[in-house]
Structures are given as C-alpha cells and as structure tokens.
Design a protein around this ligand. Structure first.
Ligand SMILES: Cc1ncc(COP(=O)(O)O)c(C=O)c1O
Length: 369
C-alpha cells in the first residue's frame, strides 16, 4: 500500500477564491473594473531587456544553474550601485525562477523539517508559511524577538519593505535580528523584493555593511526583478549572501534542474546593468501612489505604514470584507488584509499596479463618493 498523501492538504485554501464574488461585483461596474488586488506589473518590459532576450533566442544548449558569470557580476554591481552592498562574491549569487519558487522551497532546500521553527512576519506574504508547511516545520508569526522567548529558530524571514504593509524596518532593528540569529544559529532570509521602491523612508538590505558589518554569514538576500524591472512574466530573481549557504542551494538545485532559462538570464543581465528603466518605473509608481493615496484619504480611509513598496495598506476601521464590498460597489477590487495573517482583518491592500487610465478611474470614483 502506498503511503501517498495529498500534499495540497498541508496547505491553506487558496485565498483568492474567497474574493471571486466581490470581483464579479466590481467587474459589473459600467466603466469596468479597476483591479488593485494584485501586484502584477502592467507597464511594458523595457526595450533594452527585450533586445537582450531576443539576441540569444537561437541558443539551444542547457543553461547553467549557477547562471552566467555576466549575470552574477551584473547582480553584484547592481546591488552595490543601487543599495550600497559591498563585499559580495559573484559565486554567492544564484539566479532563481522567480523568487516565489525559491521561497516556497527554501526550508526544504535548507534541509529543515519537523523539528525546526521558521519565523515569519506577523502580517506576511503567504508563501513564507507555504514553504514552511511544505517542509513540515513549525511556524511562528513574530515581528519582535521577544515573542520568541528561549526558542532557537532555524530560519527567520524578514520582508522590508513589507508586502502587504509597506513597513520599513530600521537599521537598528535589522542589526538586532542579525545579532540574535548569530547567537542562536538561525539563518536570516531577507525578502528584498521591494527594496528599490521606497517613498518616505530608506530601506536597508540585510547585506548592507551598516546592518551586517560586512559579514554575510547566515544571511540570504532574496531579490526579485518582477516589480522593479517589470519582469514578473519572465520569472527572474536571485538569492545572494552567505557563500556556503548559496553553494548548498546551488548543489541541490543543480540536481533538481532548477535552472533559469538562458534567454531570461540574458534579460536579467541587461536589467541589472541598467538603472534608467528602473528609475522610470519607480516614477510611474510614485505618481500613481500619490493620486491613489490622496483619493483614499479623501474618501475616509486611513493609510498605515506604506512608506515603501507597491501597496497602500488602508483601513476604514471595519472588517476588511466590508471595505472590500464598499470598494467593489465602485468597481474597485482590493485584497483583504485577512489574506496576510490573523491580525490584519481591518485592512485592505491596494496595489499601485494599474495603468494611469485605470488609476484615474479609481480616483474619480473615490472622489464621487
Ligand atoms: C514579498 C514578496 N516576495 C516575493 C514575491 C514573488 O515575486 P516573484 O516570484 O515574481 O519574484 C512577491 C510577489 O508578489 C512578494 O510580494
């Protein structure tokens, strides 16, 4: 008799199914839906990236799991130029097929199991928990180290700027997490998907010398090109940091065929080598954020955190599903806060990822309120 079980039974229900009805209501608006529920880019991929992709489209061979030397050098240079990260060896960079894939597999790739504890933010991107559940570890939601008591976690996730709250962790907080992790033998995985999208305060990488004193031991920074370079469709990200940990991830991923396609590696190299397209995209989001923020506040919403990242963490001081209904009547779809943890049931997450035309439509509807 096989002992086969359904792996999906380990996982929570797919939360997006719970907003299907409210989405249908928003879609019934005579001027169409303004979908601000997901953080998916809508602006075109920059020409310089598309050219790099198509320039190698005829190459037939397998790509390497570690990525081309050009890609890894471009990542090291970009992290230095954009975020002041120094001392990173190109060997300690590993491309991934979008960072969601890495996050969902990380506890298993690191060899964690039922005896281990994974700490995730109290209000968190759901895939941190998914990865822990797939590996069968314990999971604790905690933003402060005191919540941990005497426990020694195996892995601590950080996400600054946060999805969904837009909260940015200060240098002192990050330094304390690094010191705590080193004391207790934990790995810190810092999801830095939104590091390039800051508005009102400066986020820091876990690999910033001000945070880790130039010592990357036990630290992994996870970087996605989905948001900053509009590359969600390409599936493009990388992990960088502790050379030993990255070498271990590389070894397992080599055996598993977890390779980033070669044309995507070329596209990533171009994207990491060019800051102009990134700056242009940031300015698009800045303008949309400004308009949506003013309109939401004018319509009686309070916006918490949101000092960086792609979302306005908004509340009307009521159950988030009531707020979702209120927005859907105006043809606007948001994501309910209860997707992200048990303590965020009065917030909705409003994404900045809609075209200027759709953002203007949302603003008009909120103003007409
Ligand atoms: C916090 C966070 N991490 C990781 C990801 C995954 O990004 P990707 O798989 O596109 O690299 C997302 C996407 O929304 C995110 O919000």
């Amino acid at each position: 008799m096989s002992s086969r079980g359904r792996v999906s039974a380990l996982l929570p229900d797919f939360p997006w199914d719970t907003i299907a009805a409210v989405k249908a209501r928003a879609a019934a608006h005579p001027d169409g839906i303004v979908d601000l529920s997901v953080g998916t880019p809508v602006d075109p991929v920059a020409p310089i990236i598309r050219a790099a992709l198509s320039a190698v489209a005829e190459v037939p061979g397998y790509p390497t799991t570690h990525g081309t030397p050009e890609l890894r050098a471009a990542a090291v240079d970009a992290l230095k130029r954009r975020y002041g990260i120094t001392g990173l060896d190109p060997a300690a960079v590993l491309p991934v097929i979008g960072t969601k894939e890495l996050i969902a597999g990380l506890p298993r790739l690191l060899g964690l199991g039922s005896g281990d504890l994974v700490v995730i933010p109290e209000i968190a991107y759901p895939t941190y928990e998914v990865g822990a559940l797939l590996a069968g570890t314990q999971v604790l939601r905690a933003d402060g180290l005191t919540r941990l008591g005497p426990q020694s976690p195996a892995l601590i996730y950080l996400n600054s700027p946060s999805n969904p709250t837009g909260r940015v962790l200060g240098v002192e907080h990050l330094r304390k997490v690094v010191a705590f992790a080193r004391e207790r033998g934990a790995i810190v995985a810092s999801d830095e998907c939104y590091l390039g999208l800051s508005w009102d305060s400066r986020p820091f990488s876990i690999l910033d010398p001000e945070v880790c004193d130039g010592d990357h031991t036990g630290l992994l920074a996870v970087h996605s090109l989905s948001k900053t370079s509009n590359l969600a469709s390409y599936r493009a990200g990388f992990v960088a940091g502790d050379p030993e940990l990255v070498a271990e991830l590389l070894e397992v991923r080599k055996h598993s065929g977890m390779m980033v396609p070669y044309p995507i590696q070329a596209a990533m190299t171009a994207a990491l080598g060019d800051d102009a397209h990134e700056a242009q995209q940031r300015e698009r989001y800045r303008a949309r954020r400004e308009q949506l923020r003013n309109a939401l506040q004018g319509a009686g919403f309070r916006i918490d955190h949101s000092e960086a990242g792609l979302y306005l963490w908004s509340t009307r001081g009521e159950n988030c599903r009531t707020t979702l209904d209120w927005l859907a009547e105006r043809g606007i779809l948001a994501a309910p806060g209860d997707f992200y943890g048990p303590t965020s049931g009065e917030h909705v997450r409003i994404a900045l990822t809609a075209t200027d035309e759709r953002v203007a439509a949302a603003v008009e509807r909120l103003r007409a309120n």
